[in-house]
Write a protein that binds this ligand. Structure first.
Ligand code: GAL
Length: 767
């Protein structure tokens, strides 16, 4: 979680939200010209947009009500200096002053961006960014900003996304001023822009009325590693700060813009690659660009995979089929956010603010009059969670500005893209608070406490089981349950197990690939922080084609002393299937320990063994000390303590690999309970229990066992530390997840409402 000093904000820009007024005295920007030329989506324009200039009092009140602490907004250069230089429009100054003061009255800290693309048309006509005088023009504007606003604002950002200004505005021409200049001209523009940044820093500080902080807000997709291996991370870092784009796309570059500003030089690799296109670059230029800054900003929206290729060089990797994306088709890549934050802070060593991050959604007003933008919540939750991961690792990240508060004018896309946490009806100027804004309010209030990374998982934890080969095993685990295992001697499926002899692997959840034992150790909260050094239960399906040996298990105390600290074994069986007239061995006929010892030593097996009839749907509790054996043709679901200690009393004289299997006569005699529990107490039929009910079969110190027969729909509350489930018949849906016979899964702590439907039988257990 973040600390109380962390700056939680929202971001916007002047041109995208303000709108205009016939008497506002502003000058035109290049975007007015561009939209008048009809060069954007549906010939739209920003003359009204969200009309924030007439609604800011209400909009800031809304921000305050939602707990927003900081607002990054821009000033419109052409509103303040209608000709770009010279005459100051006092109406603009007083509007912006009132805006800032109103923010502050509402407890919102202002962060001013000087230039978020509102380039004065008057200066465009003098050559715009291509004219080197732009350095002085921007410097003059910075002086005016310092003189008029630095008494009431302490945080300033010079330029937003130079990559877009140069690339979209002057190379591809999809943004104003819509030029397609030559590559050398765009390098000249980039150089002028960086110098203008430096001049603005100088003038802001020189004319500021108090000590101010200044940053810069570049952008760029993040090259991030395909896996977390050291090689892939290095490959991604190399691409992120490298020069892999073709020349007609060269401006999507991090280091070309950030190295001069933060490190004082252009990157060597770039100087080499771009040498034929570069303008004259002097020592004095570099000094001007390299002004001391207080923080770095970075706008991060997404990234692309890179890994180390076979030749040791970075290689680009396609996104996975069906990757998540936003309404404007940008990929959703939270991991890129984490790596971007790490890479930038490592290289530039300045406190970082995420100056923009967010997504456009297909937002619409629902029948209840509200806007349920769940995709945005999922997006922000994963990105802010990724940011927390970096923060927890000690990265110096100070703040986060969500893009954006109000749906607004999305540049060349007009009003097509809704990026806001507040819905705007552009026909009426009505605002509706989307669900994401309330969610963000909680993020702010709890410093990230409500992020899902700070909650225990609510996901169903599916397990891939481990199957074993046994001399008495058969083929039903493969044929009936479809476990992908070979062999005609498949005896046991360890379905939910963290035992070293069969540790299950998680699948289809946030912990996919992890072993259950590891999850138990690393995330005890998933299991309700139960006080136990190991996952306490073990669930198996047993297919006995032939008879199992006659066995008995020790209890905890005996196992602890004689079996190296192991747990004892209390277990129970649910008979999934058996032959007609099937029997099972449970208990024995000895009346005293002496008699027991004699029967065993003298091999009086027919006298000793107690065999009783069973049928499908029977339930048997096997306490330690109970002699037992499954007979051939029986299929059972076993729930037991997490232990693999069995004492074999008798093996019908069978040979395995030509030799008899080991017997454990002395230990067996030690632990067998004499006399045995009565037959009536040993078996009960639970075949016909009410449907759609959590039927409790048995409770002991170690487990609670339930049977559920789903027919249609049912729900119940999962309030135990965790609940194991195995589907033993049929198929259905559990909380949106299709499940079928043979599936094993765990419902974690705090899971709450379990919604089941379909036709299926489930055996469940808790501790
Ligand atoms: C950024 C830009 C913002 C906003 C956002 C969403 O590149 O700075 O003004 O439009 O993207 O597209």
């Amino acid at each position: 979680m973040f600390d109380d000093k962390f700056v939680w904000g929202v971001a916007s820009s002047a041109y995208q939200v303000e709108g205009t007024d016939p008497d506002d005295g502003r000058g035109k920007t290049v975007w007015d010209t561009f939209t008048e030329q009809g060069r954007i989506f549906q010939n739209q324009n920003a003359y009204t947009s969200c009309d924030n200039m007439h609604h800011y009092k209400d909009d800031y009140a809304l921000m305050k009500n939602l707990g927003i602490k900081a607002y990054r907004f821009s000033l419109n250069w052409a509103r303040i200096l209608p000709e770009g230089t010279g005459r100051v429009n006092e109406k603009a100054v007083s509007m912006y002053r009132d805006m800032i003061l109103t923010m502050k009255e509402n407890g919102i800290t202002p962060y001013i961006t000087l230039f978020h693309w509102e380039f004065p048309q008057a200066l465009q006509e003098k050559g715009g960014w291509l004219n080197e005088e732009v350095v002085d023009w921007f410097g003059e504007y910075a002086k005016v900003v310092a003189e008029n606003f630095s008494d009431i604002c302490e945080d300033f950002i010079t330029i937003n996304e130079p990559q877009c200004v140069v690339g979209l505005g002057h190379l591809s021409g999809v943004h104003a001023p819509g030029l397609k200049l030559s590559v050398p001209e765009t390098f000249q523009i980039a150089h002028n822009l960086l110098k203008a940044h430096g001049q603005a820093v100088i003038n802001l500080r020189k004319y500021a009325k108090q000590k101010i902080r200044i940053g810069f807000a570049p952008t760029g997709g993040v090259a991030y590693p395909y896996t977390d291996s050291a090689e892939d991370i290095e490959a991604a870092r190399k691409v992120y700060f490298g020069f892999y784009n073709p020349m007609d796309n060269w401006t999507w570059n991090i280091s070309w813009f950030s190295d001069p500003v933060f490190l004082g030089h252009y990157p060597k690799e770039g100087l080499e690659k771009f040498k034929e296109y570069l303008p004259e670059i002097t020592e004095a230029d570099m000094q001007l660009i390299h002004q001391p800054l207080d923080f770095m900003g970075q706008n991060i929206y997404n990234g692309y995979y890179v890994r180390q290729g076979a030749d040791g060089e970075p290689e680009f990797v396609d996104r996975e089929p069906g990757f998540p994306k936003t309404a404007c088709n940008w990929p959703v890549t939270p991991k890129a956010f984490y790596y971007g934050i790490k890479f930038l802070t490592e290289r530039y060593q300045l406190p970082l603010y995420i100056t923009e991050n967010g997504m456009s959604c297909h937002d619409n007003v629902s029948f209840d009059g509200r806007v349920h933008d769940n995709d945005r919540i999922t997006f922000l939750d994963s990105y802010i969670g990724a940011m927390q991961r970096a923060y927890d690792e000690g990265v110096d990240i100070r703040g986060y500005f969500q893009w954006t508060f109000l749906d607004n004018f999305e540049w060349s896309e007009g009003y097509k893209e809704r990026f806001g946490m507040i819905y705007v009806d552009f026909m009426t100027q009505r605002r509706i608070v989307k669900d994401s804004a309330f969610w963000y309010q909680d993020v702010i209030k709890t410093n990230g406490g409500n992020l899902s990374m700070n909650q225990t998982t609510k996901e169903i934890l599916f397990l891939d089981p481990v199957c074993t080969h046994n001399i008495w095993g058969g083929t039903r685990l493969r044929e009936d349950f479809h476990y992908p295992v070979e062999g005609d001697d498949l005896g046991e499926c360890w379905g939910i197990s963290a035992h070293p002899n069969g540790d299950g692997t998680l699948r289809d959840c946030g912990f996919s690939g992890m072993k259950l034992s590891e999850l138990w150790k690393k995330h005890p909260e998933v299991f309700g922080n139960v006080d136990s050094d190991r996952f306490p239960l073990l669930i198996k399906i047993i297919d006995a084609k032939d008879d199992l040996s006659i066995q008995v298990h020790p209890d905890d105390d005996y196992a602890k002393v004689h079996e190296n600290g192991s747990l004892g074994k209390t277990e129970c069986w649910y008979i999934l299937d058996c032959k007609e007239n099937a029997t099972i061995v449970i208990g024995h006929n000895a009346g005293t320990k002496e008699e027991l010892s004699r029967m065993i030593h003298e091999g009086k097996w027919s006298e000793f063994i107690r065999e009783i009839p069973i049928k499908k749907g029977d339930f048997l509790q096997i306490d330690p000390g109970t002699v037992h054996a499954i007979k051939g043709g029986t299929l059972i679901l076993e729930t037991q303590q997490n232990s693999d200690i069995t004492y074999r009393v008798y093996d019908y004289g069978r040979l395995s690999n030509g030799k008899p299997r080991e017997l454990h006569i002395d230990k067996s005699i030690d632990v067998i309970t004499v006399p045995a529990k009565s037959v009536a107490d040993s078996v009960k039929s639970v075949a016909d229990l009410p449907v759609n009910t959590l039927n409790e079969l048995y409770v002991c110190k170690y487990f609670h066992i339930y049977k559920i027969e789903v027919s249609g729909k049912m729900t119940f509350e999962q309030n135990a530390p965790f609940m194991n489930m195995t589907v033993t018949e049929g198929n259905g849906i559990v909380n949106g997840q299709p499940v079928k016979k043979g599936d094993h899964f765990i419902l974690p702590n705090g899971f709450g409402n379990v919604e089941l439907q379909g036709r299926m039988q489930i055996i469940a257990s808790t501790i």
